[in-house]
Design a protein around this ligand. Structure first.
Ligand code: ATP
Length: 133
């Protein structure tokens, strides 16, 4: 069976390089399951988990937005930040989540930018969900 070559890259360098039988990612238009020979596409991603299915199991990566390019057997994801589940510091994500929730509350009183707090909250929750795999 043919496989996908998957790479997840950030400005700090590669986060994941490997093969997969399937990649599941949430694009702004909805969830996509990519198999070998998927039609070529470029899609913006949501802050969400990218699931990399392999014969041996499934690896989860927390991806903070960015873009996914699919071309033949190649799946390339470029994002601002991305972390493999084993690299996520759960305490740090829990602290970031608490801070974001406080900021969202403050945003109701116009003290901080609500959108920034919502994005921070999504990133923290995504890291926590990825770590809980
Ligand atoms: P924090 O408020 O905890 O710094 P953040 O969302 O502001 O979180 P980012 O700016 O998205 O952090 O990321 C900065 C760097 O830290 C990136 O390299 C990112 O991969 C890493 N990072 C952020 N949060 C975590 C985490 N909980 N565990 C491991 N790495 C993390």
């Amino acid at each position: 069976m043919s496989e996908l070559n998957v790479s997840i890259v950030t400005p700090d360098g590669p986060v994941f390089e490997g093969t997969a039988t399937m990649v599941i990612a949430r694009t702004k238009a909805g969830e996509l399951g990519i198999l070998p020979n998927h039609v070529p596409l470029v899609a913006p991603l949501k802050i969400d988990i990218v699931r990399i299915k392999q014969e041996s199991g499934e690896e989860w990566v927390a991806v903070n937005g960015g873009f996914m390019e699919v071309n033949g057997e190649e799946v390339n994801i470029l994002a601002d930040t991305a972390e493999r589940e084993q690299d996520i510091d759960l305490d740090r994500a829990e602290r970031a989540k608490a801070r974001a929730e406080e900021n969202l509350q403050a945003a109701k009183d116009q003290k901080v930018d609500e959108l920034m707090a919502q994005i921070a909250l999504q990133k923290a929750i995504n890291r926590i969900h990825t770590k809980e795999h």
